[in-house]
Design a protein around this ligand. Structure first.
Ligand SMILES: Nc1nc(=O)c2nc(CNc3ccc(C(=O)N[C@@H](CCC(=O)O)C(=O)O)cc3)cnc2[nH]1
Length: 227
C-alpha cells in the first residue's frame, strides 16, 4: 500500500521511515513531538554548532549571530522532523540522500524574518549544498570564495530562502495562518498548521497558486457560453 503523501517522511539521510510521536524532541524541534520524521537524537543534533548530521559548520566565516542561528536551527527542525512535506518530495541524485524537497512554499514572514535576522551574518557561498572544501572534515570556504555579509550574497529574502538549499523552498507572498504556505515556526498549542497546507496542495497540485484558479473559475461560465 502506498503511504499517503499527507503523512510521510522523505527517504533521506536521517529521516525515520514513517512519522510517529516522539516524546522527547529537543528545543526548537519540540513543535513536531506529536508526529515527527526525526528521532530525539536528530533533534538534539539540530541544535549543535558542529553536528554529526552533515558535519556542517554554520561558523565558516566567523561566529554566526545567535538570532540568525535560531532560523537555521528551525530550518533543520522543519527539514528533519516535518511529516507534511510529502507534496514536495522529489528524487535527489546525490550520494547522501535518495529524496529531497523541492519548491516548498514558505510563508513570506518566515522567509523575511530569517533574512532580516541574518543581516549581520557572513558567508562565502550562495548554495550551501555543494562545492565546499571538506579536506578538514567540515565545510570550509573554497579558494576564491570571499566571506561577505549575507546581504551581498543574498540581496533579497527570496535569494536566501530559495538558493541556500538548492530550491528546497519557494518564496511566496502567502501569509502565515492563511493555509497556503508552510511555516517554519508555529504555536503548537493550536496544532500544526502545515497539515492543512499539505492537504491543500495535494488536492490542487503542488504548483497551485490560488489566483489563476480563481480566474479560471470566474471565466468558466463565459467559456461555456462560447461553446
Ligand atoms: N530546508 C532544507 N533543505 C535541505 O535540503 C537541507 N539540507 C541540509 C543538508 N546539508 C548539506 C550540506 C552539504 C552537504 C555536502 O556534503 N556537500 C558536498 C557535496 C555532496 C554531494 O552532493 O554529493 C559539497 O560539495 O560541499 C550535505 C548536506 C540541511 N538543511 C536543509 N534544509
Amino acid at each position: 500500500a502506498k503511504e499517503s503523501v499527507l503523512n510521510m517522511c522523505m527517504d533521506a539521510k536521517h529521516h525515520k521511515t514513517k512519522p510517529g510521536p516522539e516524546g522527547a524532541l529537543h528545543g526548537q524541534c519540540v513543535l513536531w513531538k506529536d508526529n515527527a520524521c526525526c528521532t530525539a537524537n536528530t533533534s538534539t543534533e539540530a541544535h549543535q554548532d558542529q553536528s554529526y548530521l552533515y558535519n556542517f559548520n554554520w561558523n565558516h566565516c566567523g561566529v554566526m549571530p545567535e538570532k540568525c542561528k535560531q532560523h537555521f536551527i528551525q530550518d533543520t527542525c522543519l527539514y528533519e522532523c516535518s511529516p507534511n512535506l510529502g507534496p514536495w518530495i522529489d528524487q535527489a541524485d546525490t550520494s547522501w540522500r535518495r529524496e529531497r524537497i523541492l519548491n516548498v512554499p514558505l510563508c513570506k514572514e518566515d522567509c523575511e524574518l530569517w533574512w532580516e535576522d541574518c543581516q549581520d551574518a557572513v558567508t562565502c557561498k550562495e548554495n550551501w549544498h555543494k562545492g565546499w572544501n571538506w579536506t578538514s572534515g567540515t565545510n570550509r570556504c573554497p579558494r576564491g570564495f570571499m566571506c561577505q555579509p549575507f546581504k551581498y550574497i543574498f540581496p533579497r529574502p527570496a535569494d536566501l530562502c530559495e538558493k541556500i538549499w538548492s530550491n528546497s523552498y519557494k518564496y511566496t507572498t502567502e501569509h502565515r495562518g492563511g493555509g497556503r504556505c508552510i511555516q517554519m515556526w508555529f504555536d503548537p498549542a493550536n496544532g500544526n498548521p502545515n497539515v492543512a497546507v499539505a492537504k491543500y496542495y495535494a488536492q490542487n497540485g503542488r504548483d497551485a497558486s490560488p489566483a489563476p484558479r480563481a480566474v479560471l473559475l470566474l471565466l468558466l461560465p463565459a467559456l461555456l457560453a462560447l461553446l
